[in-house]
Design a protein around this ligand. Sequence first.
Ligand code: PEP
Ligand code: MN
Length: 264
Amino acid sequence: LAGRGFRPEGTVITFPNGVKVGGKEVTIMAGPCSVESREQILLSAQQVKAAGAQFLRGGAYKPRSSPYSFQGMGVEGLKLLREVGDITGLLVITEVMEISQIEPMLPYIDCFQVGARNMQNFNLLRELGHVRKPVLMKRGISATIEEVLLSAEYILSGGNYDLMLCERGIRTYETATRNTMDISAIPVLKKLTHLPVFGDPSHGVGIREFVPAMALASVAAGADGLLMEMHPNPDKAMSDGAQSLFPDQLTKLIEQLRQLAPVV
Ligand code: PEP
Ligand code: MN
């Protein structure tokens, strides 16, 4: 079902406000790694909107490497995302970590994000195949392209065709960057599947100064969209501050992206 031959013209996902993902225009999803407070997420939403993005991202449930790190605001975070999404007219995407979170998330969000660590949580994927809400699934930290496509099948075979894939860096021997952004995954996936393909340069490199180059490279390589971290005050971020763009960097980057491709 994920194969290009199933839909040679490519999948276009239309969101409730009319935004289309997978069409001729590049979609920008941006925002902080985590929802931290009403003030922080409202300011983030205003900045993301002003920069020209269509989606606000922000984690309410966070998959942290350490159980002692900030784990996210939970349902309170979801409510804040919805509130500021409505205020600014942005669509909202946030990560779902387990089956029990799906139902409570439905009223608040426009798109589910499956994180790298859950790309092979097959029970979660199967369940997301039964919801009527789009899903963006990230590539696992050491997943092959074939494994990405097989995980996509779990969602598609349940009947949910509103699926986007996202390259977010893979683990290699290289330690100069947090992960190794596999730009080649973008054209390879575009050839193999009809599903929209995103790049996440923030987790891809993990270092703010290299994010714009990888964002531009993703779009040059054919990405349908970008998922990026931006924080009003990255130095104070509760997670992933080092890879979060400053608001004015996001604005400048989107201007640069417009030279390469039409941005929604
Ligand atoms: C995130 O988007 O903040 C995140 C946790 O991403 P990933 O699943 O790619 O690590
Ligand atoms: Mn993050």
